[in-house]
Ligand binder design. Sequence first.
Ligand code: AMP
Ligand code: MG
Length: 390
Amino acid sequence: MISVEEARALLFDLVSPLPAETVALAEAAGRILAENVAATRDQPPFAASSMDGYAVKAAEVELHAMFKVVGEAAAGRRFAGSVGPGQAVRIFTGAPVPDGADFVVIQEDVDRRGDLISITDAPGEKANIRPAGIDFSIGTQITAPRQLRPEDVALMAAMNIASVPVNRKPVVALISTGDELVMPGETPGPDQIIASNTFGLKALLENAGAQVRVLPIAQDTLASLETAFGLAQGADLVVTIGGASVGEYDLVADVSEGLGLKQSFYKIRMRPGKPLMAGRLGGAAMVGLPGNPVSAMVCGYLFLIPMVRRMLGIEQALQPFQRARLSAPLGKNGPREHYMRAVLDNGGIRACDDQDSSLLSVLAQANALLVRQPHDPAREAGDEVLYLPI
Ligand code: AMP
Ligand code: MG
């Protein structure tokens, strides 16, 4: 058996960053920018007024000075002429500042009668003009890789970048296995339950940037599992859920080996999630997760998300563990790494009472996985521990 750290390193070797594709700007949010992009224009493209007021010569601005209004400059419609001595142009926010003017007196500081204005409040030093190119200029770059936030999308739009090079989303096929499983919304038989972690994992992986295909549930037969693997063709990562242990009906290892799996490892020295297998299957990476709902989800956080992030070209594919102080004591840990469902709040972090790996209700209350090393001694409230936010 190997450690979580060793497993993560081996899983990284099974995947590599995917090639770039181009998407429309409107689809770019959340994607990973694959290549640097550059502004194709200056912003603003001209010196623009930042206020509603009157464009004049700065040298003429003083309390009680009077000007004749000779025209108007609005956003999208410039004043064609130029501003001479003693002249003003009515101007609005976003409008090009006319030639000859280098100051905008805000309208609140002005009294207007017909074509004449006088300055009634001493304007400050601020010219209320945004110089051309002050936001960015032609060639200003947004550098890759970076996950595009709404702010980046707005910036790229202003730069007139209409199509964006991003890393292709990894396609993940999810195969649930088990005669006892039915899909949510179906009516289970008396001995059946609903496939749950399948949908939890779908949400988790999509959140991380993957495109997820939920395949039909495979029965616990060789033929049914083979059919499911066949349907997974074309995926970058094939994930099976359940059937990975040593019971009579745990057929994932047999079937995947029969299909040519080059196994990387089987079993991790951890709780929950010990029976986890991984390898290369044709053109895809394959991970066989344990079926217990909490085990599957915890393994999703620890193993699948980093794989997805690596395929997406994210530099820090492994999200670092964080530190918090215990708000309640902890008993000593056994021989395996333990990823305990835990609640983190202002008072610190505490492990949930029941750590059974079938309890989704406990997982749903947790917002952190508290990390224990093998044989970690008992801990007091106030001791520092590592955790992964979930
Ligand atoms: P297995 O790994 O197939 O032995 O499954 C371990 C436990 O997890 C069993 O109680 C299964 O019923 C349950 N299980 C397996 N797959 C799923 C799934 N997709 N959703 C919910 N429970 C599952
Ligand atoms: Mg099973």
